[in-house]
Design a binder for this molecule. Structure first.
Ligand code: M6R
Length: 592
């Protein structure tokens, strides 16, 4: 997955600093290589492997001249990260430059055909076939717009591309299929990009081109054409995110800033109550619910299942999006399929959504306004977390949970549950005040190679999420287990060197979880418990306890108990000297 940007300035000849600024804002989408191309009498390209700032210090992107250009930040999918594979890619004659986000499934066949025609390739990427094809079609007499269109007819797979040609200077053509793309404009120029943060400083009105639409940018205008070349009138939407929200604002990393923003994310998402009630009324009767999601959003879905089944008694399933096909045949008109996604662009979730639309009612719970899933699902709820830049999901997870709790509470007409949500921001703030304590605790964990997280019932998804947060950013192997499962295998791995994090809020499951805690204690594990303040029994049986307000019982624990685990992962990671915002091999949005 990668980030792409294109920009044309109406008068000014200094597009490179703007392109650089925009692409820096998309670094969360990929950070193994970066490149820019600008037009100044000919196409100039600078690119290299490495993160954006390091490469820029070496090759000085901002010195490039021209009023029209494209930029790319890469997260390698086809071809290793190296200079040759960095974008932009050119045709043999250096007259077409292209940046691409997505994966082409038929590029090997296309490449073979092109090689037979005498084309030479410099990279091992799928993307490089695109400029070659565009050049062939321009040689046949097509203009850039039609050459890009014809090229797209040959591509199989996903793509968002921006192309420029030396034969049509100061023009950019962009289009997409199954990969995100937005456009924006202001008094100085026109922008196209993979995501909103890139353009927030320039404009907050954006349009997301639909599949089959083409963006034509010149110094005079930005137009959207349909497949037949007919101009269409795009409906821009206003993005309620300030540029400040997408900046670190004095914090060392986005992740810690976003952890601090969680109480606000809950408060803001609670404002969606009326909206959610309206959706529930419109959906009407349902006999079954199926949650579909990936990663952290999958963990939010498990909480959703436990809530809806326990509060309303509607049977729920939770499906990992990439595995949906084994379940899809059971979806029918009485099933509501709920998609949970921060980005609203995750490829696997979108493919499942396409399938679900054929048979069932569909609802997407997403954070990014106007993202693909908001357009593709029948109903959508927008969580109000603001932009999340750190790769590890934190505030968007808590916001997803807030929306799910509202949905479940309203569905079950459980006013007491909804009432409880109002105090969650306060509970979260109390935990954030313990940040220093958790930072100190983290120093005792930086030695660990393995960690186990245990929880029962509503605390089980907390354990899963805690383990994912630790492993994805600190590279410590971590597993989340339903506490009762421990004795069915993993107990064999517990010894005096293994940290075990036990999530044990007050509630129905407390006694049973305490038995599990005793089991690991007997194996001399290093026990860190997250439990209620004043729980003496827990203190006696744990090495360390992080104390939470005792009003937080098991049912709302996912919204609160997750927070110390996020802080723990963050500080363990920083202590080990890693960048928590950019874990290796991972990117924020997985559109492939
Ligand atoms: O945008 P989505 O919520 O659909 O993304 C799904 C996962 O890729 C995501 O939750 C991932 O697991 C987190 N970034 C991990 O912190």
């Amino acid at each position: 997955m990668c980030g792409i940007v294109g920009c044309i300035l109406k008068e000014n000849n200094d597009v490179a600093p703007i392109l650089f600024y925009c692409i820096l804002k998309l670094e969360y989408r990929g950070y193994d290589s970066i490149g820019l191309a600008t037009y100044d009498n000919k196409i100039h390209v600078k690119k290299d492997q490495g993160n954006i700032e390091t490469v820029n210090n070496r090759i000085h992107f901002k010195e490039m001249k021209g009023s029209c250009g494209i930029a790319h930040t890469r997260w390698a999918s086809t071809g290793i990260p190296n200079y040759e594979n960095a974008h932009p890619h050119l045709d043999d004659t250096n007259s077409i430059a292209v940046v691409h986000n997505g994966t082409l499934e038929n590029y090997l066949d296309l490449k073979d055909e092109l090689i037979k025609l005498g084309h030479t390739f410099k990279s091992t990427t799928d993307t490089e076939v695109i400029p070659h094809l565009i050049k062939i079609f321009m040689n046949e007499g097509l203009d850039l717009e039609n050459a890009v269109k014809k090229c797209c007819q040959k591509l199989k797979g996903s793509y968002a591309i921006v192309a420029m040609s030396k034969d049509e200077p100061d023009k950019l053509i962009a289009t997409r299929k199954d990969s995100p793309l937005i456009i924006a404009q202001n008094k100085d120029g026109y922008f196209v990009s993979s995501d909103i943060p890139a353009v927030l400083d320039y404009s907050r009105d954006i349009y997301r081109p639909k599949e089959g639409e083409f963006v034509i940018m010149t110094k005079e205008s930005i137009e959207i054409h349909d497949e037949n070349g007919e101009k269409i009138d795009p409906e821009y939407i206003y993005i309620d995110w300030s540029p400040k929200m997408a900046k670190k604002d004095g914090y060392d990393y986005f992740m810690i800033k976003e952890i601090h923003e969680q109480s606000l994310a809950v408060k803001n998402t609670l404002t969606q109550k009326t909206n959610i009630k309206k959706i529930i009324d419109e959906i009407g009767d349902i006999k079954r619910i199926c949650f579909v999601a990936c990663g952290t959003s999958y963990h939010a879905s498990i909480t959703g299942k436990y809530l809806i089944e326990s509060q309303k008694g509607i049977p729920c399933d939770v499906i990992i999006a990439s595995e949906y096909k084994y379940t899809a045949k059971t979806w029918d008109e009485d099933t509501l399929v709920i998609f949970i996604s921060q980005s609203g662009e995750t490829y696997d979730s979108r493919m499942a959504l396409k399938e679900a639309r054929k048979t069932s009612k569909t609802l997407a719970i997403v954070n990014v306004a106007g993202s693909a899933m908001t357009q593709e699902a029948e109903y959508f709820i927008q969580t109000q977390a603001g932009p999340e830049i750190g790769v590890a999901a934190t505030k968007t997870y808590i916001a997803q949970l807030t929306a799910i709790y509202l949905f479940a509470g309203l569905l079950a007409e459980n006013d007491e549950l909804i009432e409880k949500l109002n105090k969650v921001p306060e509970y979260i703030e109390e935990i954030v005040k313990q940040e220093k304590l958790i930072e100190d605790i983290s120093k005792r964990y930086d030695f660990a190679d393995n960690a186990f997280y245990l929880g029962r019932g509503f605390s089980y998804p907390i354990a899963l999420e805690g383990a994912l947060k630790l492993k994805e950013i600190s590279y410590i192997h971590a597993e989340g287990y339903a506490a009762g499962e421990l004795k069915h295998g993993p107990l064999a791995l517990i010894n005096e060197k293994v940290p075990v994090i036990v999530i044990i809020p007050p509630g129905d499951d407390y006694d049973k979880t305490m038995v599990n805690l005793q089991e690991v204690k007997a194996r001399e594990a290093i026990i860190l418990s997250i439990g209620a303040k004043g729980d003496e029994k827990l203190r006696e049986n744990s090495r360390i306890v992080v104390e939470i307000n005792p009003e937080v019982t098991d049912i709302i624990a996912p919204l609160v108990y997750t927070v110390p685990l996020q802080l723990l992962s963050y500080y363990v990671t920083v202590e080990k000297g890693y960048n928590p915002d950019q874990p290796r091999n991972l990117a924020k949005v997985i559109t492939v």
